[in-house]
Design a protein around this ligand. Sequence first.
Ligand code: 3HC
Length: 289
Amino acid sequence: MKVDDIKTIGVCGAGTMGAGIVQLAAQSGFNVKVIDVQEAFIQRGMSIITKNLGRLLSKERISQADHDAIMGRISASTDATVMADADFVIEAILEEVEAKKALFAQLEAVCRPDVVFATNTSSISVTQLAGVSARPDRIVGMHFFNPVPVMKLVEIIPALQTKAEAVDLTIELTKKLGRTPVPCKDTPSFIVNRILVPMIIDAVRVYDSGVATAADIDTAMKLGANLPMGPLELADFVGLDIVYHIGNMLFEYTKEARFNPPDLLRNMVQAGWLGRKTGKGFYDYAERT
Ligand code: 3HC
C-alpha cells in the first residue's frame, strides 16, 4: 500500500490523545473512524474536538466551511466492525497489554490484511505488542505528543518483527499529517520521555528540598531554559500518574537512581493529585475549571 491509498484512518480510543489524533487526521483531509468502548468516552472525545475546532473558528484560523468539512469527515462508534473501512489504524487506548491484545484481535477480524496497526503507546514495548498481535510485521509505534494538534513530533518505533514497508508507510503518513517523524529503537520511553521525565523528576526533587516554590521553579525554567512550560506545570499537564509510571519503568529498566520517582511524587499520585485532570497537582485548578 502507498500513502496516497490511505483515505480513511481508524483511531481506537477517544481520550485526550485519541481525540487529538482524530482532529489532526480530519484536519489533514482524511476520513476518520473513531471507536471507543463506551458512548460517554466518545462524547467526551468529540467535545474536545468540537471545542478545539470552535477555538480555531473563532480565531479565524479556519472558515465555517472548513469547520463543517472537518466535522463531516469524522464518524464515531462503539462498534469495532466500522474499522473494516480503515486503510490505516492508530490505537490510543489504555496502556494495558491485555486491552491492546483484545483490540488487535477485533481489528484483525475486520481489517484488510495489508492494514498497518500503529500504536501510540508511551510505555509498553512495541515488540511486546507485536508479539500479541496476529500480524506482528504490521505493528508500528507511532508516538504523538500532547496536545496533538499543536505538537509537531511523532516518534516512529518499529518492533523487532515490523516489516520495513510498514515503517515507511507510517513515516509517509506522519508527513502527510504535517508532523515530523523521528525514527527510534524500541527501548523504554523512546527519546523524548526518556529525557523529559527525568528532568521533571529532578524538578520535583528541587521543589521537595525547598529550593524554591513551584511557580518560581517553573518561571526559572521557562525563562532560563526557554521552555514553553515549566517542568512542574508540564507534570500537571501530562498527569502525575503518567510521569510516575514512566519514571518507575525507566528505573526498573536501567536501575539508575535518577529515574526513581521521589516519595513526594508517589504520595501525590496516591492522594489522587494527578494534575489538571483531577483539579490538583503542583497547582490548584479548581478555580480555573
Ligand atoms: N489542544 C489543541 N490546541 C491547543 C491546546 C490543546 N490542548 N492547548 C493549546 N492549544 C493551541 C492554542 O489554541 C494556540 O493556538 P494558536 O497559536 O493557533 O492560537 C496554541 O496552542 C498556543 O496556545 P496558548 O497560547 O493558549 O498557550 P501556550 O502558548 O502556553 O501553548 C502549549 C500551550 C502548546 C500547551 C505549550 O505550553 C506547550 O508546548 N507546552 C509543552 C507541551 C509539551 O511538552 N508536551 C509534551 C508532553 S510529553 C508527551 O505528550 C508524551 C506522552 O507520552 C506523555
